[in-house]
Write a protein that binds this ligand. Structure first.
Ligand SMILES: Cc1ncc(COP(=O)(O)O)c(C=O)c1O
Length: 345
């Protein structure tokens, strides 16, 4: 019986959904939404705050500040409330209303950027605001999830070994790419400890992370408007891009079976099914990750008019996805554990 005294002490690490009956492919979905922050981001948030405390960056009176599309903001709101820090979340107009209300309920101050930077878009404008805030007052502490070893280190230490423990015969792991914290932590761990496992990144069409052209993206979580600073493609085997309309179709397909997951889960599952279909992968053991659950997307991904207005009626019709896949050359050598990890100790 787990008994906790702080909200970030609990996380369900070993829950998987067998998706074969839903998608017709052998694919297991690791559920990361069962904790008090409701998402995988509790791991990165906890580790980054611990690191900042250990380095003496956080003191009584400190105010955390972070740019987040939502889930990291919720996780930091929760941890800041529990530890007695202030927290200001800098987000943009794509942040779901329920996510914003959740952060405010936890005592955070939410700042919404509505004007994109002319070159780096909404994300660039968010970061510019954070930097200006930190320059104005030294009580503000920016963890910078985009370039913080605690972000990917949390997955190196927890997510990847947890998957390997449950799936000793794992052949391929599909990981959605946002900041690439989850992807890098998992890809580095498997590269260091099980190099035969293929790690496939799943990105949104319109994201520039892996060198594709930018385009409109409406679903928060996956994809970036600038290249993620922590991304190291040498440990990633393949990349699959998924159209947002396919993300929505897959979310609805899962919901029709009673599994209400967040938008990025639809992307990860759609990309994984597409890759497995293209690679005639019957018999492979495959896992992908569900970063959160669906309640935060009731007014977007699961709202008929929102979907119709942005993607047309077709996105509501179940049919085949249209993800695009590309191989990334990967030098494979047995290695000792990632040297960059030493920064975590
Ligand atoms: C719903 C959701 N999915 C996926 C991700 C991407 O995870 P990462 O930043 O580790 O790449 C995030 C990140 O915030 C998220 O909120």
């Amino acid at each position: 019986m787990p008994v906790i005294s702080a909200p970030h002490e609990f996380n369900e690490e070993d829950l998987y959904v067998d998706l074969h009956p839903v998608v017709g492919r052998s694919l297991f979905l690791k559920c990361e939404g069962f904790n008090f922050a409701g998402s995988v981001k509790v791991k990165a948030a906890t580790r980054m705050v611990e690191l900042a405390e250990r380095r003496g960056l956080l003191r009584p009176g400190s105010v955390l500040v972070e740019s987040s599309s939502g889930n990291l903001g919720v996780a930091l709101s929760m941890i800041a409330a529990s530890k007695g820090y202030g927290f200001r979340c800098v987000t943009d107009s794509r942040c779901n209303l329920s996510t914003r209300l959740l952060m405010e309920a936890l005592g955070a101050e939410v700042h919404i950027i509505t004007e994109p930077h002319p070159v780096t878009g909404l994300l660039g404008a968010r970061i510019e605001y954070v930097q200006a805030l930190c320059a104005s007052d030294d009580r503000y502490v920016w963890l910078n999830q985009y370039d913080n070893v605690g972000n990917w280190g949390a997955h190196y230490e927890t997510t990847a070994p947890a998957i390997a423990r449950q799936f000793p015969e794992l052949d391929v792991l599909f990981v959605g790419a946002g900041t690439t914290g989850t992807l890098m932590g998992c890809a580095r761990w498997f590269s260091d400890h099980r190099p035969s496992v293929r790690v496939v990144a799943v990105d949104a069409v319109g994201s520039v992370s892996f060198g594709a052209p930018p385009a409109r993206r409406m679903i928060p979580g996956l994809g970036m408007g600038v290249r993620p600073p922590m991304l190291d493609e040498s440990v990633v085997d393949d990349v699959v891009w998924v159209e947002e309309a396919d993300t929505i179709r897959t979310c609805h397909q899962l919901a029709r079976r009673g599994f209400l997951f967040g938008g990025s889960t639809g992307t990860a599952v759609s990309g994984a099914v597409d890759w497995l279909t293209r690679h005639d992968a019957e018999g492979l053991t495959a896992v992908t990750i569900a970063p959160d659950l669906g309640e935060r997307y009731l007014d977007t991904v699961y709202q008929r008019t929102w979907v119709q207005d942005l993607f047309g009626e077709d996105a509501l019709r179940p049919d085949e996805g249209a993800a695009v896949e590309r191989a990334v050359p990967r030098p494979r050598q047995p290695e000792s554990p990632s040297p960059a990890l030493s920064a975590l100790r």
